[in-house]
Design a protein around this ligand. Structure first.
Ligand code: TYM
Length: 334
């Protein structure tokens, strides 16, 4: 393991997981586990930024873990854990809050989006300091690569800046990570509003394809996907600015069939056929995942056991990092 690339990436247990999560991140995690030393967390502490009632987060954490195994993470190979089972995340999270400035956090577009969406509601301070905890998630594992969707790039940038700042202040201690995004599927857009990303908190379910959706619902969502009124001969072409709806379909199709969006475009003249074929290709990808997910959910005891094994492996790495960080700063040994 010594010289193997270390990969870490995490997902929040909030809402149902969707095609954007799968194409933007999870697929790369599954592929990466064979090539790298992989750590994947279900980040329940992050979910607390929007949790206001009891009895929800734990259940969602288990379901999210089931989905990670259903998409193909192998507990024998990858380390899959719940963030709160590894207390070092909270420990390093505070230290990272002290390496990131108020100004840097104020520039995070995700905070701006999320706090605007919650206007008039309770906006937790944790929503603002969230990137510091995310930096801790990454830096705890001496991570080289962070496979994420496009929307997380800014958070990986701030993690790098914080790590560089820490090393500058306290001496070479933390590994500087890098974001890795997929060629197709890094930013899957809503099927109803192709100018906004597919998201768990979408206004309409019709624009979001959930990994647990019934095949007939998936097909229906693709058939109803918003495109445009162009009927010209070259209506099907890959142009994100001029034709965002069509570009989104082409990119999804490309991601699940292993081609480029331009190559997919070359095969179609009409939107209707493209919608149907893309829906069918997505169903073929998601069908086995959905079946496996429900099988795994039947045995919550086994899922909990797998997470306990993951947490133990994660703690080995994480506790060594916290110790190293404390030593670098020169904190009084306990
Ligand atoms: P989260 O839980 O929102 O999403 C999990 C992963 O899915 C990707 N993703 C998408 N990719 C393409 N198109 C979309 N429409 C789409 N929607 C979501 C995200 O980019 C992400 O990779 N802050 C993170 C969780 C996190 C984390 C970390 C990630 C916490 N600590 C450490 C990496 C490393 C988040 O909220 O992701």
């Amino acid at each position: 393991m010594a010289n193997q690339t270390r990969v870490l990436s995490c997902i929040q247990p909030t809402g149902e997981m969707h095609l954007g999560n799968y194409l933007g991140a999870l697929r790369a995690w599954v592929e990466g586990q064979h090539r790298c030393d992989a750590f994947h967390g279900v980040v329940d502490l992050h979910a607390l930024t929007v949790t206001e009632e009891p009895g929800v987060v734990g259940e969602a954490t288990l379901r999210t873990a089931a989905m990670l195994f259903a998409v193909g993470l192998d507990p024998e190979i990858a380390t899959v854990f719940a963030q709160s089972h590894v207390p070092e995340h909270s420990q390093l999270g505070w230290i990272m809050q002290c390496q990131i400035s108020f100004g840097e956090l104020s520039r995070m577009t995700q905070f701006k989006d999320k706090s605007t969406k919650r206007e008039g509601q309770f906006v937790a301070a944790g929503l603002f300091t969230y990137p510091a905890l995310q930096a801790a998630d990454i830096l705890l594992y001496d991570t080289n690569e962070v496979p994420v969707g496009d929307d997380q790039r800014q958070h990986i940038e701030i993690t790098r800046d914080a790590a560089i700042r820490f090393n500058h202040r306290f001496g070479e201690t933390l590994v500087i990570p890098e974001a890795v995004t997929p060629a197709a599927g890094a930013r899957v857009m809503s099927l109803q509003d192709p100018t906004s990303k597919m998201s768990k908190s979408d206004d309409s379910d019709a624009g979001c394809v959930y990994l647990t959706d019934d095949p007939k619902d998936v097909l229906k969502k693709f058939k109803r996907a918003v495109t445009d009124s162009d009927t010209g001969l070259d209506a099907v072409r890959f142009d994100r600015d001029e034709k965002p709806g069509v570009a989104n379909l082409l990119e999804i199709n490309a991601a699940v069939t292993g081609r480029t969006p331009a190559a997919v475009a070359a095969e179609y003249e009409q939107y209707g056929r493209l919608k149907v074929d893309t829906g069918e290709a997505v169903v073929a990808t998601l069908d086995p995942i959905r079946t496996r997910y429900f099988e795994l959910l039947d045995d919550p005891g086994e899922l909990a056991r797998l997470l306990a094994v993951g947490a133990e492996k994660a703690r080995e790495v994480a506790s060594a990092t916290v110790e190293r960080v404390h030593r670098a700063i020169g904190m009084l040994p306990a």
